[in-house]
Design a protein around this ligand. Sequence first.
Ligand code: ADP
Ligand code: ZN
Ligand code: ZN
Length: 728
Amino acid sequence: MPPDHTLQVALPVPLPRLFDYLPPIGQAASPGDVGKRVSVMFGNRALTGFVAGVGPPADPGLDLRPADALLDAAPLLHGELLESLHWLARYTHAPLGEVVATALPVLLRQGEPLPDTHAWHWRLTEAGLSGRERLRAGSRPRRLADLLAQHGTLDEDVLDLHLDTGRATARDLGKRGLAERFAAPPAAVAASPRSGPALNDEQQAAADAIFGTSGFGALLLDGVTGSGKTEVYLHAIADCLRRGRQALVLVPEIGLTPQTLSRFRERLGVPVHALHSGLNDGERARTWAACLRGEARVIVGTRSAVFTPLPEAGLIVVDEEHDGSYKQQDGIRYHARDFALVRGKALDVPVVLGSATPSLETLHNARSGRYAHLRLSRRAGEAQPPAVRVLDMRKRAQQAGLLSDTLQAIRQALDAGGQVLVFKNRRGYAPVLLCHDCGWSAQCKRCDSPMTVHAGGKRLQCHHCGARQAAPPACPDCGGLALQPQGIGTERLEELLAEQFADVAVLRVDRGTTQKRDGLAQQLAKLGDTPGILVGTQILAKGHDLPHLTRVAVVGVDEGLFSTDFRAGEKLAQQLIQVAGRAGRAGKRGDVWLQTHHPDHPLLNTLISGGYHAFAEAELEQRQMAGFPPFAHLALLRAEAQHVDAAQQFLQAAKRALRAHDASLEMHGPLPAPMPRRAGLHRVQLLLSSAERRALHRALDLALPDIHALPEARRTRWSLDVDPMDLY
Ligand code: ADP
Ligand code: ZN
Ligand code: ZN
């Protein structure tokens, strides 16, 4: 007999449906089970899922298995967060079970209990209070009892600081009924908040606009680098704390540094919970739990922090909202900025998006009045904007890619006691290893692309699939010995600069040298305030204050000027502005030397003469004419397979399925991806485009069940990316 109440379980499997289970043996299902985690057998695998609904079974004829156990006494996911995750599953067209698995910290995803977040405190019992004097004077129990009487309560973590063996003695008192341990919420940081600089008029106007937003509102804080955006966030967060609310601050992957955290802690005077990839699983789960229980009041985290529960939300800030690290590029392909806006709306709180180089999507929303547009046009304090100088590289002698003018400019800045940043967006020693005798070049066997030379020419590495090998001693084709690294990466630049400027420190900063979170801070500390050179990729473009940096040399943006990706121009402009913004932050006026083979390129011209906003205007016009976002909405179906035919056939069939449901949907492809082979797999893609977001989603909703069921789908690995950031 079919039961009336079955558990409708969302499981982390790539099937876009729920699975019916009977409640665990001996239990009845109730609507109150929705949002609890549940362990079930799926085939012969034990999985942790969560109860998405309770109701009659979808197929009454089916023999259902009972779930093994409900794992939570009370729902773990409910209210706003649960609803927002439902929204995300619909928007990404992904299974709810996978979305929930992405949102939960690993331990909770695996079914572990919600961890303890309490700080444990000790206090005397009635018996302890009255009987304390009868303990032998000078004994440990007596000393501890006196301490407890004096302080009222003491945090277990500091007992041992007051008295060696403090914890053991406390347990002893506890056994005798004289003291008791109790859970207390973590105490506020004792230090009183340090006050910051008084806000200038523009900052004050921005802060007032945030204070004045009651309920949901999106605000773009559009301020040049160093204009004091972070100061505005700090005021808004302090206001949020005064109202007894939680604040969530999202920062890009490389923006979350110990510097950032200590600035927040000092200024707010409350504990700041950090959430980032450097935490272990236990720490992540504890922080998540602390957010859920409302104990965490300020949370600063990278992309996945957008999933923290915020039962008492008051404010969400997305710093550097244009940053590419907010988009998850595999699994559930969500955009943390966009999801933050969805949550802000559901939570009915303001969402502040900050950037010196806002994404074109966000600018478009601000221009059309959907977002409030707050401008900080001047640098805060004394700092002045940098001057930009363009150096024409055509027909000029160069040394490892540097013009003699550039070398001279570096020398002058060093002689004046400043530090110089040399920006090159290419890791490694050289991008290509070439045989000068026969023209052979080192290619990755699994990707159709050259391998990058590392370690001064000794190693080869593929930046797409990670493959590594020793560089061959001789050309594998002709046996010749004329193998030479071609082009310049940061490693080679470092080598040359160290030769040329042997009297100062030369530090390279790129993904190769900053594996550890604190690596960069430590390296920068080495440099101190003495003259020196930083060579690096865009990792240098943000995060750290470099107060002694007076000059920036940009050597190598030309590759980016001619990319086919429709977002390449935007990314390049953002990088240039961000890097240039590093020069002259504190009092000293900085400048930027930009060497290029294309001094007349419209992008460079507009950017230099009119700044980022002039560039953005021009670029938005082009996007509108070409029918690209934000004027169109895209989704990309990607397929990968050992045989290119399998991927092609799948996408052809998917295209037919889409066409059957929507005759007017614009589709391009299937075409080989811009990178047609990676890690041994052929890559093909089908681009969907619509002027109407809703039309695009409707077509996908209708066609995806058919696409999942295609026989071709089993012969390829495929994925859907809604709002793809790049078309790779
Ligand atoms: P952004 O986040 O826009 O890059 P920050 O908030 O980090 O800018 O501010 C840049 C620098 O200017 C910091 O050293 C900060 O302390 C200082 N600053 C910010 N606002 C003011 C102000 N109103 N008066 C003086 N200095 C300020
Ligand atoms: Zn050769
Ligand atoms: Zn490769």
